[in-house]
Write a protein that binds this ligand. Structure first.
Ligand code: ATP
Length: 374
């Protein structure tokens, strides 16, 4: 077999590092599998990462989520050993790996752009990281992994003849072959179309859980993070805003950035007069998700609720299963967005005619979100 060229980041497979002799003495975080402490990185005079500390448990899928340029890839590259931090340290399985070169860390990688060897079949690609193992073990492992990623029938095919989704499945099988100590995934699904991406998300989660592998995935796609992660690290300008489960991030954002970045949130600031008294003297902003806004026909009974306002529908757009209404409250300044079922009808207004119609809009107090920063 012709020896393949080394492709950046792919041929970095080795046995997982040996656990430290006395892990608890060395790693300050008991029970953590991956532990980052005080990681900082500057490029020139620009601070790209500041004081990043986090832990991940064994078998956990940790997603790093944030807007473009917030430092996600730089952090992943530091975990991989491809970039050196200016400050801070990393531990894996209780061992300080800060000074261990990338090829000795025993990690697997999956990137956005497949990076398969074009001159090798899928089976040969997957077998590539298994050198040093017996022929029979290699054959068995390749067959197992190709079956796991639903490519058993494509073992003899070359990557160029496969779809993007199939190539990415093969890249995943290849990264998993040497039983990596940690699987690192950098926007692995972003080059694929929406349908394929949805299917691969499910497969990735199924495979990661089935193998109990620890993984760190970088994405700017909140749907992807919510669907895949056990816990999500939300980053903003090189700092961690919140590290939590998808449920906790969605329902209890700790900062305004997280509240606005995950899901669709109305932020009321300033508050409409009627809510000021209820909100407390300090009048801090209130968040309410688009799907938590209640839109109804106007009745006297509804308007007795201090959280209910008359509003005019300013725009009305169909988004498949739901409609997004833009509503101007009768204080003539507060604009609210509401997502309502696409089939919802209002008396006297067909959904298509609803623009400029008047409705009752309720912002239920038990759905208000508050956060720690202003
Ligand atoms: P994206 O989602 O767009 O990939 P990101 O969150 O992954 O963004 P990084 O790629 O980590 O962000 O980059 C963070 C910042 O650091 C960016 O402003 C980027 O231009 C800068 N940067 C990254 N690598 C280098 C480098 N080698 N030299 C100089 N600046 C860099």
């Amino acid at each position: 077999m012709e020896k393949p060229q080394k492709v950046a980041g792919v041929a970095l497979f080795r046995k997982p590092p040996e656990p430290a002799r006395n892990a608890l003495e060395i790693c300050p975080e008991r029970g953590a599998y991956l532990h980052l402490a005080g990681i900082a990185k500057c490029f020139g005079s620009r601070a790209v990462l500041s004081d990043i500390s986090l832990t991940a448990k064994k078998g956990e899928m940790l997603c790093i989520l944030g807007p473009s340029g917030c430092g996600k890839t730089t952090l992943l590259r530091i975990i991989a050993g491809l970039e050196a931090p200016d400050r801070g340290a990393l531990w894996l399985a209780g061992r300080d790996i800060s000074d261990i070169p990338p090829e000795a860390r025993g990690f697997g990688f999956v990137f956005q752009n497949y990076a398969l060897f074009p001159n090798l079949t899928l089976a040969e690609n997957v077998a590539y990281g298994l050198h040093g193992r017996g022929k029979e073990e290699r054959r068995r492992k390749v067959a197992e992994l190709l079956a796991l990623v639903h490519l058993a029938d494509y073992a003899g095919h070359y990557p160029g003849r496969l779809s993007g989704g199939q190539q990415q499945r093969a890249a995943l099988a290849r990264a998993l072959a040497p039983d990596p100590a940690l699987l690192l995934l950098d926007e692995p699904l972003s080059a694929l179309d929406a349908q394929v991406r949805g299917r691969l998300r499910k497969d990735l989660r199924r495979i990661q859980k089935a193998l109990g592998i620890s993984a760190v995935l970088v994405t700017h796609d909140q749907q992807e993070a919510l669907a895949l992660a056990d816990r999500i690290v939300v980053m903003n300008q090189g700092r961690i805003e919140q590290l939590d489960t998808p449920e906790a991030l969605y329902h209890s954002p700790k900062t305004r950035f997280v509240a606005e970045f995950i899901g669709s949130m109305n932020v009321l600031s300033p508050l409409p007069g009627a809510l000021l008294a209820m909100a407390g003297a300090e009048g801090r902003p209130i968040g309410i998700r688009y799907e938590d806004v209640i839109v109804d026909e106007i009745t006297e009974a509804r308007l007795k609720d201090p959280c209910c306002f008359v509003a005019r529908i300013e725009s009305n757009r169909l988004f498949g299963p739901f409609r997004r209404l833009e509503l101007l409250l009768n204080d003539q300044t507060t604009r609210i967005f509401a997502d309502i079922p696409a089939t919802r009808q209002f008396k006297g207004l067909s959904p298509e005619q609803a623009t400029r119609g008047l409705v009752a809009v309720t912002l239920p107090q038990n759905r208000w979100r508050r956060w720690n920063d202003a």
